[in-house]
Design a protein around this ligand. Structure first.
Ligand SMILES: NC(=O)c1ccc[n+]([C@@H]2O[C@H](COP(=O)([O-])OP(=O)(O)OC[C@H]3O[C@@H](n4cnc5c(N)ncnc54)[C@H](OP(=O)(O)O)[C@@H]3O)[C@@H](O)[C@H]2O)c1
Length: 295
């Protein structure tokens, strides 16, 4: 057991995840530890070395290979941190699979869903129980994560659902994509829409079960929307990047949730964008083109 804080970010070797790891390394104390995780050993080692050497870095930084689609590995790492450190203080589930324009969304569905959704469920299930009092567990979603982005006939699958029910809804969606019935069932073609709604629903499910205890302990579980960020994932989808934030800029609002002493109860279990909780029922299903990577 140690008094120093342990922070972990998934998909942290580039993009927003890396900026979050950098911000945590700068904002935490020298005896705290930031685990910069990702799926590729070399990319993780390179990023961890660079973040550790950054002038602003104060905390210790360690690279750790974690392919989030390996749910056993997610569970093993959570257990290891429980045994070694008594738990974890900050967890950010951030990884996303990169889709390119022109690729078949249906053909990439399994990887996309595994990285964004199956992994989010695994992180919530494995790290939720080892989150220390006063901890933070954030899932990076997007503005598309509010329920209104799905047609009304799908709302019952996610509204008020527990985590098993969210998982069931995700697997129903996956099956519909495989069977070619997703469109007639009402699922948006663009994978990031159902995926982000399901991520927020998963957060809401877990948060509903532990809200009172967490708020009493100063613990925050929430989903976050970073806004449009200039990263390798978003860049192929937009011609005009004049409104995109740098990853470091986009990380700021998320870092303030991670590092602030106080938890705003209005944020708890919600999708938070730049410090404001979005209404879960807001949003409208729009044309497929509008859905691309709306931040
Ligand atoms: N960019 C935007 O405008 C925007 C807007 C709204 C929401 N978001 C959300 O912000 C988060 C970060 O997005 P980003 O734009 O920063 O993406 P990014 O730059 O492409 O970074 C994605 C990260 O996820 C990692 N990853 C992919 N598959 C993985 C796996 N199986 N296991 C572990 N890590 C894996 C990637 O690793 P590799 O380097 O090995 O590929 C990479 O480090 C995502 O949840 C995204 O949906 C982004």
């Amino acid at each position: 057991m140690t008094a120093s804080r342990i922070a972990l970010v998934t998909g942290a070797n580039q993009g927003l995840g890396r900026a979050l790891a950098e911000g945590l390394a700068a904002g935490l104390n020298p005896d705290d530890l930031v685990l910069l995780t990702g799926r590729d050993r070399q990319r993780v080692a390179d990023a961890a070395r660079e973040v550790a050497a950054a002038p602003a870095t104060r905390a210790r930084v360690s690279g750790e290979v974690l392919d989030v689609t390996d749910t056993d590995a997610v569970a093993r790492l959570a257990e290891e941190l429980r045994v070694r450190h008594g738990g974890v203080d900050i967890v950010v589930s951030n990884a996303v699979a990169r889709l390119l324009p022109g690729e078949s969304q249906a053909e990439r569905a399994d990887e996309y869903i595994d990285v964004s959704n199956t992994a989010t469920h695994a992180v919530l299930r494995s790290f939720g129980p080892v989150l220390r009092p006063g901890g933070r567990l954030l899932v990076v979603a997007s503005s598309l994560g509010t329920l209104g982005h799905l047609p009304k006939r799908l709302h019952h699958l996610f509204d008020g659902a527990d985590l098993d029910q969210v998982e069931y809804a995700v697997e129903s969606w996956r099956s519909a994509v495989h069977q070619g019935t997703a469109a007639e069932d009402g699922w948006p073609l663009w994978l990031n829409v159902p995926s982000k709604v399901a991520q927020v629903a998963a957060v809401r499910a877990v948060a509903a079960e532990r809200r009172d205890g967490d708020l009493a302990a100063g613990t925050l579980i929430a989903a976050v929307c970073p806004g449009m960020v200039d990263t390798a994932t978003s860049r192929p989808w937009f011609e005009d990047f004049s409104h995109a934030q740098s990853p470091a800029r986009a990380a700021e609002a998320v870092l303030s949730l991670l590092l602030s002493e106080r938890v705003d109860p209005a944020h708890y279990g919600e999708l938070v964008r730049f410090g404001t909780a979005l209404d879960w029922h807001s949003g409208t299903p729009s044309t497929e083109q509008d859905h691309l990577l709306t931040p």
